[in-house]
Design a protein around this ligand. Structure first.
Ligand SMILES: Nc1ncnc2c1ncn2[C@@H]1O[C@H](COP(=O)(O)OP(=O)(O)OP(=O)(O)O)[C@@H](O)[C@H]1O
Length: 236
């Protein structure tokens, strides 16, 4: 394993038995994620993106294959080790922000970092996501874009090795979506974090260092972007 590989996925499949039929939600997937890389996994509905993301994030185990994160095979982990893995190593950003409505923006971020070793300074992260003056606002007092910024701060403040984002712009209007993608790129550069976005939204691939295309549970194409574009150049 080269030094800058943080995750190595080898021959991962996820099979579901539906009566007589075996459904392969992921089929023989192999990939590597590099430190500081910005990756977009693209695929239509049902192509296996969420299945793969769940496996990378330790929310689900593959039926076959291995996932090596920073040299450790997480597919051998028991439930408590997987919980620790999700807590320490992975920052999740979802389409819907899943904030605690009775906590302020800052408290939402604090809650996520309380049980983490090596968390980042919360005030600094709140500034980095552009919410320095919104820390004491409750989710209901914030726009969708602002709530997604809180969700990103919450994921980043844990100082995870990998930020996994599932359709992070899916619930946002175009302009706000571009701002969120810009923020994810800034976070990627400022903290040298590996960021993976999964989406069906093809133009988002143009901002990635690497685009991985999926169809029917398989990787169909891997494209390196030598010159990824700034998110403000993306249109959909
Ligand atoms: N628990 C399950 N049992 C049976 N089949 C499943 C299960 N989970 C996923 N699948 C099937 O695996 C395939 C891939 O699903 P997955 O949710 O990973 O796709 P996706 O690309 O994330 O789609 P979307 O963009 O709509 O969320 C689909 O055909 C789905 O029906």
């Amino acid at each position: 394993m080269t030094d800058n590989v943080i995750m190595k996925v080898e021959n991962v499949s996820k099979l579901y038995q539906m009566g007589e039929v075996t459904v392969a939600a992921a089929k023989n997937i192999s990939l590597e994620l590099l430190k500081g890389e910005f990756v977009v996994i693209l695929g239509p509905s049902g192509s296996g993106k969420s299945t793969l993301l769940n496996i990378l994030g330790g929310m689900d185990l593959p039926s076959e294959g291995t996932v090596i994160m920073e040299g450790e095979n997480i597919t051998n982990y028991n439930d408590s080790k997987l919980t620790a893995y999700r807590r320490e190593k992975i920052g999740f950003v979802f389409q819907f922000y899943n904030l605690m409505s009775n906590l302020t923006a800052k408290e939402n971020v604090e809650l996520a970092t309380e049980i983490c070793k090596g968390a980042l300074d919360i005030d600094e992260v709140m500034e980095a996501v552009g919410l320095g003056d919104r820390k004491d606002h409750f989710p209901a007092q914030m726009s969708g874009g602002e709530q997604q910024r809180v969700a990103i701060a919450r994921a980043v403040a844990k100082n995870p090795a990998l930020l996994l984002c599932d359709e992070p712009t899916g619930a946002l209007d175009f302009k706000t979506g571009i701002k969120i993608l810009t923020l994810l790129k800034e976070i990627n550069q400022k903290y040298n974090k590996t960021v993976v976005i999964i989406t069906h939204n093809v133009p988002i691939g143009d901002m990635a260092d690497r685009v991985i295309k999926m169809r029917s549970g398989e990787i169909t194409e891997v494209k390196i972007n030598k010159n990824p574009i700034h998110p403000e150049g993306i249109e959909w």
